[in-house]
Design a protein around this ligand. Structure first.
Ligand code: ADP
Length: 304
């Protein structure tokens, strides 16, 4: 990159949690994860040196919050916009393995990240400097209603000023007060987004979609400009309203761990689109990376 050229900025907004998972013999191994962090991690791996990738969240002032910030730093994800809230703690979950199934137990009700949008001025300043912004239904679900509205208004403004806004509805009914509120806010979020990246089997039960095409129409009608519907081993559907693509995904004989497949897909898809690739090429990059991720244990798989 020529010196003096402004670096582009990708900002991911959401909650990163402390993850404890089986270390054997009653031991638990500590890591850090969360949907928007995972996508930022994959975007970092795929975007060139001309891009900065930053995470926008709130953490506490405890040792685990500090360890989380170190983890982000070590992984090339900028932490300068992360708010440190004295006395708060990060959210935490434990993964319990039982006969090949993974069960998640969460402690996140009073996590610092729930306050990530409380400082309106900080939110506005951070988003105003971003060229691309990623957030999810989980980001919205953890906020108080007034803060959600504020976040969507700020993102709408950023899109009007030329930023690309990417959104994964990441439907988690347990995090929402009720299903009607979840549907309404997810639809509002799609209406201010450039790219919406839903997963068909997550959305269909709550929105009544009978096919991925219906999921696409619903989000395009809401105001999204580009919709990418993931559907596990089934084809990915992409539509911009003008062009529609239907793409088979890479075949995976043995799925080791499906955690993070959608997040990895999103990171690769968004990075490819930001680098000027067509939706079809971006979807191919997304499904190739997701296929690799599900062949390995864990949500963050090195991109070699
Ligand atoms: P999520 O991880 O959000 O639940 P999906 O299950 O739809 O989303 O997976 C995201 C992407 O990961 C899919 O679009 C596909 O590219 C890939 N993928 C997931 N499961 C499989 C599978 N069994 N075989 C091949 N690819 C898969």
């Amino acid at each position: 990159m020529p010196s003096g050229t402004r670096r582009l900025k990708f900002l991911s907004i959401g909650e990163c949690m402390v993850e404890l998972s089986g270390g054997g013999e009653g031991l638990l191994r500590m890591g850090f994860a969360g949907d928007t962090l995972n996508t930022a991690w994959y975007a970092r791996a795929r975007l060139g040196d001309d891009w900065d990738v930053a995470y926008f969240t709130a953490v506490g002032d405890d040792r685990y919050s500090r360890a989380m910030l170190e983890f982000l730093d070590e992984n090339g994800i900028a932490t300068d916009l992360v708010q440190v809230i004295p006395g708060k703690r990060p959210g935490l979950y434990i993964i319990h393995q039982e006969q090949g199934d993974r069960h998640f137990t969460y402690w996140r009700d009073s996590s610092a990240a729930r306050l990530l949008a409380d400082d309106a001025e900080h939110l506005l300043n951070a988003t105003a400097k971003a060229d691309a912004i990623y957030f999810s239904g989980i980001t919205l679900a953890i906020l108080k209603p007034a803060r959600r509205t504020e976040l969507l208004a700020v993102l709408d403004g950023a899109r009007e000023n030329g930023a690309m806004i990417a959104f994964d509805p990441n439907i988690r009914p347990a995090l929402w007060p009720d299903v009607a509120a979840m549907r309404q806010i997810i639809t509002e979020a799609a209406s201010i987004s450039s790219i919406v990246l839903p997963t068909f089997t997550d959305d269909a039960p709550f929105f009544g979609d009978r096919s991925p095409e219906q999921t696409i129409s619903r989000y395009l009608e809401a105001g999204a400009r580009e919709v990418v519907v993931k559907n596990g081993p089934n084809p990915v559907h992409v539509s911009t309203g003008h062009i529609s693509v239907f793409l088979s995904v890479e075949e995976v004989d043995h799925v080791v761990d499906a955690t993070g497949a959608g997040d990895a897909f999103n990171g690769a898809y968004i990075a490819a689109r930001l680098q000027g690739e067509a939706p079809e090429t971006a979807a191919r990059a997304g499904s190739r990376l997701a296929a690799k991720v599900i062949r390995h244990q864990g949500a963050l798989v090195l991109d070699s």
